[in-house]
Design a protein around this ligand. Structure first.
Ligand SMILES: Cc1ncc(COP(=O)(O)O)c(C=O)c1O
Length: 455
């Protein structure tokens, strides 16, 4: 078996080339996945040397890679990796620590405690809340809602972890009509049932209406779970969290969860934090690291005010696995996992308070710039551009055709969605390295392709 050096040298050489090319390479030119197959070879009888494997791997992968970590990728809500976080992620791989229990890696357990506390401070959340490092907002939503399920039913004397939901007092679940699909997925997995969730009316931006919530709650008897949102995936709009929290608090036994996958980072910016004011009154929060904080995939934080609710919902114990307060797996779905809090720590340490605020502000300002340019070019901007999302409709052109043309052109990448029952284009500015020039070049190209399609 080879040593590590030659393979790591090959990985480093590829990474340098890849990262250097991000600002200029074609972003996401479509390929036929089947055409990639041959490059990955067959399972050999005798294994190859590590350096040779790295050479094969990078050659076979590269045609199928998307420059989604680069400055002109505006699809979904996709961050890149700030350099300190990327390098820290290499350390995570090289040291191969298991962040399940502190005794397996005291360093991992402690750095995650520190990163969690710093994130709470930046997000304006209760400093003594519990933080679990999840793979994404999807798992963070599940984790938080498992804690909610525990607390709401424990208050009625029900041990849901032991007894399950069958025969339990019903929990009324309310979500905004424009909630993210992963919240609904969490409700499915936790046995609440997607169809049982009451959909609360939203305004034209996708913000939950506090008045509609109040009306919906008026007739509810028993425990209540309300799922609000900071950062609607199409519009970037944030629910009026202060008003929602006030309604929820007057409703009796209730849990308020905020899915803030990307939008909650607005709290880190003095000029944007008003958008998420009141978030601190909730009981739990899901927020991604790999979106707006620009740490590598994957990282998210599941934050729960009631530490005992989270640890009771999440802890597993076995004679060989005695768990204590510092053990990260008491707060996560996973038992064994990589310490994804390490790159989060590195990003926060490298950016500092002002760096995170600048990152948020820069993306928001560039989104406004893009929206203004699109509007001047005859494209309809459908949302109030309060955050980093721009939602577009292009008169006379099928947006799916336009998105395909943009992808094939390679200058940038944008996605599609459906908004108000009709197709729309999404332009999300979430990368730390995106410049005004990137936005200008990309908008120019999208408008030119629009013109070509309209002819
Ligand atoms: C509001 C919201 N919640 C949840 C998610 C899911 O995040 P992840 O893909 O990190 O699990 C997203 C993804 O865009 C989102 O925008």
């Amino acid at each position: 078996m080879d040593g590590y050096g030659p393979a790591l040298d090959a990985a480093r050489a590829f990474a340098d080339r890849w990262l250097d090319s991000l600002p200029t390479r074609p972003v996401g030119v479509p390929v036929d996945p089947a055409a990639l197959q041959a490059g990955f070879g067959h399972l050999p009888d005798d294994g190859l040397g590590a350096a040779a494997v790295l050479g094969e791997l990078t050659a076979a992968l590269e045609p199928g890679l998307v420059a989604s970590g680069g400055p002109r990728y505006f699809g979904f809500v996709t961050g890149g990796s700030v350099p300190a976080a990327l390098a820290a992620d290499w350390v995570v791989s090289a040291t191969d620590q298991d962040a399940a229990v502190a005794v397996m890696s005291p360093g991992a357990a402690v750095v995650e405690e520190v990163a969690g506390r710093w994130a709470l401070e930046l997000l304006g959340l209760p400093v003594d809340a519990a933080v679990g490092f999840a793979t994404g907002a999807q798992t963070a939503n599940i984790t938080c809602l498992a804690a909610a399920r525990h607390a709401l039913l424990a208050a009625l004397g029900r041990d849901v972890e032991a007894e399950g939901l069958a025969g339990a007092p019903p929990v009324t679940v309310l979500v905004g009509a424009a909630a993210h699909a992963t919240v609904v997925q969490a409700l499915r997995l936790l046995g609440f049932g997607a169809r049982h969730a009451v959909r609360v009316a939203t305004d034209a931006q996708g913000r939950m209406s506090p008045a509609a919530l109040e009306t919906a709650l008026a007739s509810v008897i028993g425990p209540v779970l309300v799922c609000a949102q900071a950062g609607q995936v199409n519009t970037g709009a944030c629910d009026p969290l202060g008003e929602i929290a006030a309604v929820v608090r007057s409703a009796g036994p209730a849990w308020l969860h905020v899915d803030g996958a990307f939008g909650l980072w607005a709290a880190a910016s003095p000029s944007r934090r008003h958008l998420v004011a009141g978030a601190e009154h909730a009981d739990s929060w899901a927020v991604d690291g790999h979106k707006w904080l620009n740490v590598p995939y994957d990282a998210a934080l599941a934050v729960v005010r009631d530490r005992a609710a989270l640890t009771t919902a999440m802890s597993v114990s076995a004679p060989y696995l005695p768990l204590g307060e510092l053990d990260p797996s008491t707060r996560t779905l996973e038992n064994s996992r990589r310490p994804r809090g390490i790159p989060v720590w590195a990003a926060l340490r490298a950016l500092g308070r002002t760096g995170v605020a600048d990152l948020v502000d820069r993306c928001c300002d560039l989104a406004v710039r893009a929206a203004d340019r699109f509007a001047a070019g005859g494209v309809d901007v459908l949302n109030d551009v309060v955050l980093n999302q721009v939602l577009l409709r292009v008169p006379g052109v099928d947006v799916a055709d336009l998105a395909r043309a943009v992808a094939a052109d390679g200058t940038c990448w944008v996605g599609t969605t459906v908004w108000d029952g009709a197709p729309a284009l999404r332009f999300s500015v979430s990368n730390w390295s995106t410049t005004a020039q990137d936005v200008e070049v990309s908008v120019d190209r999208i408008l030119a392709l629009r013109d070509a399609l309209a002819r």
